[in-house]
Design a binder for this molecule. Structure first.
Ligand SMILES: NC(=O)c1ccc[n+]([C@@H]2O[C@H](COP(=O)([O-])OP(=O)(O)OC[C@H]3O[C@@H](n4cnc5c(N)ncnc54)[C@H](OP(=O)(O)O)[C@@H]3O)[C@@H](O)[C@H]2O)c1
Length: 240
């Protein structure tokens, strides 16, 4: 009933660790060629090698998504190496935690520069490829913090609420081009972003794991092209 995603091309931001890494590898296992973007070369290189072991092409580019010229160069290079994107996973983001008055304005602003403008730059660079093909899937990784603010996360929440607005409007705009825009809103996932150096203690069944999100994304992408899940929330079974 659904569609086969083997042979498609996916670009994934923040692919060096956490949810982005797990998603890149899950897609590679499904036969999807992957283009990987983040700032840390050695992590990207390791994910690319692991992806290639599944028999797909993998290409990585170091870029800070907050800078449009770096993004444009990375996307052009990926298009040349892998072909135009069928799938874009807008996953890269930073966390920033601290009370409103304690957080310095530069940190506050930088969160929005990466999480909002970064996502905007990447989407702006990739969307023309999808419009040209009259087909595409964009997955936006927002957050439960993008639906409900929590104390100590004003800049992160503001950035993720902005993603909701941008995504909803974009989704309405590009439906006519057969482009599906999915927004995912995970609660706590066992990654560095959420747990920092405590992460090693969180690799058990009490916490959602990056691989759970990756498996879910693969299932979304395999849906028949006539349907998409515009918004979804992912929660851990156990309260903590
Ligand atoms: N973990 C959670 O509890 C949770 C919950 C809800 C939503 N999310 C969302 O899930 C997504 C993935 O986060 P994660 O939890 O997997 O965290 P993570 O392991 O810290 O991954 C974030 C990725 O983004 C990259 N990145 C950060 N800033 C970047 C920049 N300026 N340019 C390019 N790449 C950049 C990082 O690599 P470099 O540092 O090498 O650039 C890293 O690969 C984020 O959008 C996050 O907001 C996470």
């Amino acid at each position: 009933m659904g569609q086969d995603i083997k042979g498609k091309v996916a670009y994934i931001t923040g692919a060096g660790s956490g949810i982005g890494r797990a998603t890149a590898l899950a897609l590679a296992q499904e036969g999807v060629h992957v283009g990987l973007i983040a700032r840390t070369k050695n992590k990207l290189e390791a994910v690319a090698r692991e992806a290639e072991s599944h028999g797909v092409k993998a290409n990585y580019k170091v870029a800070d998504i907050a800078h449009s010229e770096q993004v444009n160069q990375a996307i052009t290079s990926m298009e040349n190496n892998l072909g135009p994107a069928d799938i874009l996973i807008n996953n890269a983001a930073i966390g920033a935690y601290g009370n409103f008055l304690d957080m310095d304005p530069d940190t506050w602003k930088h969160t929005l520069e990466v999480n909002v403008f970064g996502t905007y730059h990447v989407t702006r660079a990739v969307l023309p490829q999808m419009i040209k093909k009259n087909q595409g899937d964009i997955l936006m990784i927002s957050s439960s913090n993008g639906l409900k603010g929590t104390a100590g996360s004003t800049s992160y929440s503001a950035s993720k609420f902005a993603i909701q607005g941008m995504t909803e409007a974009l989704m309405q705009e590009v439906r006519k081009n057969n482009i599906r825009v999915f927004t995912l809103n995970p609660s706590l996932v066992a990654t560095e972003l959420a747990f920092g150096d405590q992460l090693a203690e969180k690799n058990d069944d009490k916490y959602m794991q990056p691989e759970d999100l990756a498996e879910y994304m693969v299932s979304l992408l395999k849906l028949h092209p006539r349907i998409f899940i515009k918004q979804s929330l992912q929660w851990a079974t156990n309260p903590f």
